[in-house]
Design a binder for this molecule. Structure first.
Ligand SMILES: [Zn+2]
Length: 475
């Protein structure tokens, strides 16, 4: 993508994370200079600003939690919580700007209409029949059925295998690509806690980074929960060391959050570039040739349908104002008319096929497990919730025979905490029935050595200054 030339201030903010974050927060507080405001509106800073505010939001949430656990006078907490909400809103707005910008780029990149109108009409009229013709053509060429599709996962590998991207991978990148998942997550934690790993941004690795960023983030939340519990176990006046550990844990999690957002943006950019690569050159030529072959097969089998599609298309284009642009959207209405007039030659009813796929009995599927319950089974349900600032998830459960329970867990989401809750319910009900294991404790995953060890301050671009105090002009 070619961006407009950057003014000097934009370049400086792009390279200085702390300055960029300060500028974004100043804009939120209404205290930024006009020059800085203008620079922050530059397209090149949209994603960096979203990343900086994601980082800031975690830090200010940590500041609130520290205040809650340190016995700060309760009258000061509302202003801190208000500040968190304002940072969260600024972050949402920054993400919305990124989405708008991406949508605009996609609209500019949209591939021109390449297939003639009659072909688009024919294949939209009976897509299953056209798909069969295309599969026959691919098989005839010795290609797999999905040879023309860009996969949803591992697109960089797919592009390398087709020589759309450079196939060589330097050895440090190869190590990151080939290691086990556990080792990769350790590398993400090291990236956040010790030193930034520049190799994560490589095209070959960035999808894996994005995929595992949530797991790394869960370890960050787990460390916060451990620190919270350690603080709560001490008297209010003797928590200083535990609260410092809590700060460190929030700081690590802020970086993990920012890096997860960065990975998401970089992956989206990679996918855009791969999409561009498939729209031109050898791959685009292959697509054209395969569709030409498929059309010849389709026209042979579905002669009436093809004749009608050509006739209707010619009549339509004689009077359509969008003819010069190849009628980019007209084929759908024409295809509907053709499908009504001419059934597929092999008698396959497309509507029936679609209905069968699109309308499963979702309610009976969802509750099918209830059919297998034994008559004497006791039903229990669990629910869980996590607060905005705490990472300890509270859960509760209740069974139909009146037994209830509650607790908290260090699960990384309320959904996981619900699973912990229902497991505890099952064990407690077994206990009550006299058939239980001796312990009814279900625990969260064991922490990795890196998440239990002392949390080191990161030695990199992320700022260390606390962001907890509402700035001048905030309310
Ligand atoms: Zn038209």
């Amino acid at each position: 993508m070619t961006l407009p030339a950057r003014p000097e201030l934009v370049s400086r903010l792009a390279e200085d994370f702390a300055a960029l974050q300060d500028a974004a927060l100043a804009r939120m507080n209404g205290t930024g200079s006009p020059e800085t405001e203008a620079a922050l509106g530059h397209p090149a800073l949209a994603e960096p600003v979203a990343i900086a505010l994601a980082h800031a939001e975690v830090l200010v949430r940590g500041a609130v939690r520290r205040a809650e656990l340190s016995g700060l006078p309760t009258q000061r907490l509302p202003s801190l919580r208000t500040y968190v909400r304002r940072v969260r809103r600024a972050r949402s707005q920054a993400e919305a700007v990124c989405k708008e910008q991406h949508a605009r780029r996609m609209a500019q990149r949209r591939a021109p209409v390449t297939a003639p109108l009659d072909l688009r009409v024919a294949r939209a009229a009976h897509p299953q029949a056209y798909l069969r013709a295309l599969e026959e053509e691919l098989a005839h060429r010795g290609l797999p059925y999905d040879a023309l599709s860009v996969p949803n996962h591992d697109r960089a590998r797919w592009a390398r295998e087709r020589r759309l991207m450079h196939p060589e991978i330097p050895s440090p990148i190869r190590e990151l690509l080939d290691c086990e998942d556990d080792s990769f997550i350790q590398a993400l934690l090291h990236d956040a806690r010790e030193a930034e790993n520049p190799h994560l941004a490589h095209d070959a690795v960035v999808e894996r980074w994005s995929r595992h960023a949530r797991t790394a983030l869960a370890w960050g939340r787990y460390a916060i929960a451990q620190a919270e519990r350690a603080a709560l176990a001490r008297p209010l006046t003797a928590r200083s060391a535990q609260l410092d550990a809590l700060d460190d844990a929030y700081h690590d999690t802020a970086i993990l959050t920012a890096r997860a957002v960065e990975a998401k943006h970089r992956t989206a950019d990679l996918h855009d570039r791969i999409r561009d690569l498939t729209a031109t050159g050898v791959f685009a030529d292959l697509i054209t040739q395969c569709h030409e072959g498929a059309l010849a097969r389709f026209a042979t089998v579905h002669l009436d349908l093809w004749d009608r599609a050509r006739q209707l298309s010619a009549e339509h284009q004689a009077g359509c104002p969008e003819r010069a642009a190849e009628c980019p959207r007209c084929h759908l209405a024409l295809a509907e008319a053709v499908a009504m007039e001419v059934p597929a030659a092999d008698g396959l009813d497309e509507d029936d096929v679609t209905r069968e796929i699109a309308e499963p009995d979702t309610a009976s599927d969802r509750y099918a497990i209830l059919d297998d319950l034994l008559p004497h089974a006791v039903v229990a349900v669990a629910d869980a919730a996590v607060g905005d600032e705490s990472t300890v998830c509270g859960y509760g459960w209740v069974s139909e025979n009146g037994i209830t329970g509650r607790g908290d867990s260090m699960a990384s989401s309320s959904g996981e905490a619900e699973v912990v809750g229902i497991c505890n319910a099952a064990l407690a009900l077994l206990d009550a029935a006299g058939t239980a294991p001796s312990s009814s404790c279900v625990t969260a995953p064991k922490p990795s050595p890196s998440s239990t060890g002392p949390l080191k301050a990161p030695t990199r671009r992320w700022p260390t200054a606390p962001l907890c105090s509402p700035r001048a002009g905030s309310s």
